[in-house]
Design a protein around this ligand. Structure first.
Ligand code: GTQ
Ligand code: FE2
Length: 380
């Protein structure tokens, strides 16, 4: 049976600017129903709110719980052609059980047992991997073996072939981010299976990917490859570089020079070296470092984001909700919910006691349409 618009009950419309109820008005509304029409005046506050009212909820997933369940899946669920990946998605509790962290973003923990292969495929969904701990897996992107170790970020633009292989004697976990919900909503997905097995040459893990050798030199691009590319040709951003960039920002701040987002808060964005813009057409990715004892000013952004704690401990507040967070924990910031981060070193924290957070968001989609907005409560 076809779904029809729910009837407008005159008494239920409790919004400003409604007409005086009468039998004639009731007749008019029944006429709207028959013709599948809905008036704006009964719906306007929901359809055109004064600011974004996200359907998604702020939510935190504990890394230890994700890891424990992923490991159980590793022992019970084979990975192979058809299912493709042992990836387990974060399902926002306010999005109806769909495997969506936010209305636009997929976030998952992926797990490979020793020696396992995840078969080659490609899809229009833009994707990345981020490694919070471990090593041993490399991903083969367009036949280029790319190593993955703690702190590495690996973008992987749409329609690029990719397979994963765990060469280590131990299981490995990492996180994936994709624009699956966005492409589901816009009905733009294509998918293709690749080879059932990668070649022996692709099983040999080099120190550096070919992409890193070609594109991984700051401010230098190969002259042989002209023009902008839609997603980054640099397939791995190494932790050593990200860490150095953040350390330098905070040291510059100590010396009285600009560079940090706000006092005690350094941040870098992963960029496409052929454009200087975001690494992926639909997903923005950043690494933030909040100095020990610093609390960031509450900040709202149009669009949604997902964070993973990379290092340190602290307290994160999203809207009305606060969590104590530690390494690996993942949380969602819905559109226009204020976010504030406080770094509080615990006794077990090593060295600096700073709180490092990896972040991804749907901002490039909004920016392309002129819908990106930010509001910072600097007065706090
Ligand atoms: O690793 O290729 O989490 O295709 C979801 C879809 C990971 C992947 C996911 C994928 C992948
Ligand atoms: Fe994939």
């Amino acid at each position: 049976m076809t779904q029809v618009a729910s009837p407008v009950s005159l008494t239920a419309v409790d919004a400003p600017g409604q007409p005086t109820p009468s039998p004639e008005l009731e007749q008019l509304y029944r006429g709207f129903e028959r013709e599948l029409l809905v008036p704006l005046w009964t719906e306007i506050s929901g359809l055109m709110p004064v600011h974004p009212q996200s359907k998604a909820a702020p939510h935190l997933w504990r890394w230890q719980n994700l890891l424990e369940l992923a490991d159980r899946a590793g022992h019970l669920v084979p990975v192979g052609r058809g299912g493709e990946r042992r990836a387990i998605a974060l399902a926002n509790p306010a999005l109806g059980g769909r495997p969506y962290a936010t209305p636009t973003l997929w976030a998952a923990i992926q797990y490979l047992m020793p020696g396992e292969d995840a078969p080659e495929h490609r899809h229009t969904q833009h994707a990345f991997r981020f490694v919070v701990e471990g090593d041993g897996v490399w991903t083969v992107v367009d036949r280029d073996p790319v190593p993955m170790t703690r702190g590495d970020f690996l973008p992987q633009g749409g329609w690029i072939w990719h397979a994963h292989h765990n060469a280590a004697q131990h299981p490995m976990a990492w996180i994936d981010g994709l624009d699956i919900p966005f492409q589901y909503a816009t009905e733009t997905q294509f998918f293709e299976f690749g080879r059932d097995a990668i070649s022996d040459a692709e099983r040999i893990s080099p120190e550096r990917s070919r992409a890193q050798r070609l594109w991984g030199h700051p401010g230098l691009r190969p002259v042989s490859v002209p023009g902008p590319q839609p997603s980054s040709p640099l397939l791995n951003y190494r932790w050593v570089d990200t860490d150095a960039a953040l350390t330098d920002q905070l040291e510059l701040e100590d010396e009285g020079f600009p560079g940090t987002v706000e006092p005690g808060h350094a941040a870098v964005r992963y960029t496409n070296p052929t454009t200087g813009g975001d690494v992926l057409p639909t997903i923005r990715t950043e690494m933030h470092r909040v100095r020990r004892g610093t609390e960031t000013a509450p900040r709202r952004e149009a669009g949604s984001s997902v964070f993973q704690v990379f290092d340190g401990t602290g307290t994160v507040t999203v809207g009305e909700t606060s969590w104590r967070v530690e390494r690996g924990d993942m949380f969602v910031v819905p559109s226009w919910e204020p976010l504030s981060i406080r770094s509080e070193a615990s006794a077990s924290d090593s060295d600096s006691g700073a709180l490092d957070l990896f972040r991804f968001s749907d901002t490039p989609i909004l920016a392309a349409l002129g819908l990106d907005r930010v509001s910072v409560d600097a007065g706090r």
